[in-house]
Design a protein around this ligand. Structure first.
Ligand code: NIG
Length: 412
């Protein structure tokens, strides 16, 4: 199937040479072509340019994008989309004054989700997750990372990872699976964190590795969850089994998780609501992508990642949804982009770069996703008629997406 999109008002993120990521001042640059066309063959972008130079192009389907903006689909590099049930009572508890940490200490939070998941069949878990995946695809997400972490036993973690694999097989979208067994200390190991870490390192990680169901290994490196020493031990076990580190760091406390991630060549360090000068220093000149999760800050009422500090220090930054039942029950990347602009003072260019090419980098998918480049996958958002691309983050809460194309296929 070939698709020709014509009369595009603005074609965004056009990169002749595939780039890996954009950092610092480059993040303010968003290359675009006004009055453009784009040609897709099968699942690939084969040509694009100004309407003046379109020549005699023939395609099986033509979409007239007069008045519309076209850009790469969002690359959401941090989600926990496979979960069971909801946690709206904790939402109310927080309104009434309890903190996230207090709820977790009382056995709620992640442990609450783990208990629901344990009693949910694999098929039910799949069906619940399918609904969320379709919803985010329609909202423009064209590549997604999904973590386990609501299992906390070998059996339940495998159940989640198998569901992630089924989603990957059944839907036409890039899915990157991450093992997050170190998300919390399960009830069975209450007061025996060392015992759970032994179980992770000696049994669960080697078994997960045999199945090849996870590309990345993640740890919730946070006070009352996993210390630096715990995190390093778990990461090393994952690395030994060819998993690449990604980390949850600095969500509530900053105590060296960023430098630890960098030391182990983490693909990304995510959250960063609290950032210290030493974190910025650790990231400089290295390959690890910092990832901010603005909808999580919005929902929990915690600080926003200081994007200006990171970008103005010359660093790259990606933004992602963090879709999960506890801290971010939304996978809407359009809201993420708006919130990054409104609350983190990122410019629309920076936010769009952060949610496309840098998001792709944060999940190791930058060679095929995240920009309009010949040879890359045809993952495309076509907006409604809007004045220009600044309108995308400006019109927060509106759905201005007309059509989404993922791997060359229109999402119905
Ligand atoms: O990224 N912080 C750790 N993990 C998730 C939240 C987990 C939960 O509360 O369910 C996050 O925010």
């Amino acid at each position: 199937m070939s698709i020709l999109i014509t009369n595009i008002k603005q074609l965004l993120q056009t990169r002749t040479h595939g780039i890996f990521k954009v950092s610092g001042k480059e993040m303010k640059e968003l290359p675009l072509i006004e009055n453009a066309y784009l040609l897709i063959e099968h699942d690939t972008i084969v040509e694009y340019g100004s309407m003046k130079n379109i020549g005699a192009v023939i395609a099986e389907k033509t979409i007239d994008a007069t008045g519309k903006i076209v850009l790469p689909a969002w690359c959401d590099s941090h989600t926990h989309l496979v979960y069971a049930g909801h946690r709206e009572q904790e939402f109310v508890d927080r309104i009434n004054g309890l903190s996230y940490e207090e709820i977790a200490k009382k056995g709620g939070g992640i442990l609450n989700s783990a208990e629901i998941l344990e009693h949910t069949s694999e098929d039910d878990l799949y069906e619940q997750s399918v609904k969320r995946l379709i919803e985010v695809m329609k909202l423009g997400t064209g590549a997604i990372e999904i973590k386990s972490g609501y299992g906390l036993t070998l059996e339940s973690e495998l159940k989640i990872l198998r569901v992630i694999k089924r989603l990957k097989q059944d839907f036409n979208i890039l899915v990157r699976p991450t093992f997050l067994g170190a998300h919390a200390i399960p009830k069975a190991f209450k007061g025996n964190k060392a015992g759970y870490i032994d179980e992770l390192v000696n049994t669960i990680i080697p078994e997960i590795a045999k199945t090849q169901l996870a590309k990345y290994i993640d740890v919730f490196c946070e006070e009352d969850f996993f210390t630096l020493e715990d995190t390093e031990r778990i990461l090393k076990a994952g690395i030994k089994h060819n998993m690449v580190p990604k980390l949850h760091v600095n969500q509530f406390k900053a105590f060296g998780g960023v430098a630890l991630g960098v030391k182990h060549n983490a693909r990304s360090v995510d959250h960063l609501e609290i950032v210290k000068p030493e974190d910025i220093k650790a990231l400089k000149g290295n390959h690890t992508m910092p990832v901010a999760l603005p909808s999580c800050s919005y929902f929990l009422g915690i600080p926003y990642t200081p994007a200006r500090q990171l970008i103005d220090a010359g660093l790259p930054l990606a933004i992602a949804s963090n879709y999960n039942p506890g801290t971010t029950p939304s996978g809407n990347m359009n809201f993420v982009v708006s919130t990054a602009c409104i609350k983190m003072k990122m410019t629309p260019e920076e936010a769009i770069n952060a949610a496309t090419i840098n998001g792709a980098y944060a999940m190791g998918a930058h060679k095929m996703f995240g920009s309009i480049t010949r040879g890359k996958k045809a993952n495309i958002i076509i907006t409604e008629d809007i004045p220009n691309y600044n309108y995308i983050p400006y019109a927060f809460g509106d759905n201005n997406i007309n059509t989404v194309i993922i791997n060359g296929k229109i999402v119905e």
